[in-house]
Design a protein around this ligand. Structure first.
Ligand code: NAP
Length: 247
């Protein structure tokens, strides 16, 4: 059993590139209506949205640095006006390894902004709506398995974000909204994997050897898109790749 994605309204954060963009395209192909959030790369986000509308889908790009409360308020007003309601919020945007960010940024983005965005969207999420939180195995399992020093602050901030959302499962349930988490191993060809490999040369090859093979952006995005429609208990986690991480 799965939920019919047609005409479901979806806001995907960080959808101007990578996994978010690929998830947007897949969900649009399945008939969902997509709001493509981005932080600053307007041209890239417009290309993703135009690619979808040119193929007969329904999408638009909406700018907001999700750590900026005023920008989030403006974005949620736009999405609410355009869609009327929000059936699915995909919390995909993530960061903390960028150059020139202050030491508190990872936690502000990966925990505080995720919770604040949920709170901003809830007023127009109807019963039956869903939140999908996207994370990495290195973050999800950070308390059980050591990760690379360069990624540890980000991993801990993303785990803190996941925990903060899980703490809200009861409150969400009262509103008929559920939470599904998608956790993935290092993804082949992404900027994050490249940055990690630069910080710790050989990191990609080491993961490839440990896991057998690395998942591609398209394969991971397919699982994120599936998370929007599967029947699942609130709090369910979908694991993608990295079999050596799993119990
Ligand atoms: N890459 C991996 O190996 C891997 C593995 C497992 C899980 N994941 C998870 O998959 C998700 C996506 O990863 P990715 O590698 O595709 O990311 P990415 O290539 O780094 O893309 C980040 C996206 O987030 C946006 N963004 C960054 N900061 C933002 C902010 N403050 N406000 C709004 N948007 C912001 C960017 O927008 P702009 O382009 O406008 O800056 C961009 O669209 C993350 O949750 C990550 O933890 C990734």
């Amino acid at each position: 059993m799965s939920i019919d994605p047609s005409n479901r309204t979806v806001l995907i954060t960080g959808a101007s590139r990578g996994i978010g963009a690929s998830t947007a395209r897949l969900l649009a192909e399945r008939g969902a209506r997509i709001a493509i959030n981005y932080r600053e790369k307007a041209r890239r986000a417009e290309l993703v949205a135009n690619g979808i509308t040119d193929s007969g889908g329904d999408a638009f790009a909406v700018r907001a640095d999700i750590t900026d409360p005023a920008a989030v308020a403006a974005m949620t007003a736009t999405v609410s006006e355009r869609f009327g309601k929000l059936d699915v919020l995909v919390l995909n945007a993530s960061g903390g390894m960028e150059r020139d960010v202050d030491p508190g940024y990872a936690l502000r983005l990966n925990r505080d902004a995720q919770v604040a965005l949920v709170e901003a969207c809830l007023p127009f999420m109807p019963a039956g709506a869903r939140i999908v939180f996207v994370t990495s195995h290195q973050a999800h399992f950070v308390d059980e398995r050591p990760t690379m020093a360069a990624y540890e602050p980000v991993a801990r901030s993303k785990r803190a974000g996941e925990d903060a959302l899980r703490e809200r499962i009861g409150m969400l349930r009262e509103r008929g909204v559920d939470l599904v988490v998608v956790s993935g191993d290092m993804i082949e060809g992404t900027i994050t994997a490249t940055l990690l490999d630069r910080a710790q040369p050989g990191a990609i090859e080491a993961r490839r050897e440990a896991a057998g093979h690395l998942v591609t952006v398209h394969e991971f995005a397919d699982e994120v898109a599936n998370a929007v429609t599967i029947e699942a208990e609130s709090g369910h986690t979908i694991y993608v790749g990295g079999a050596d991480y799993l119990p």
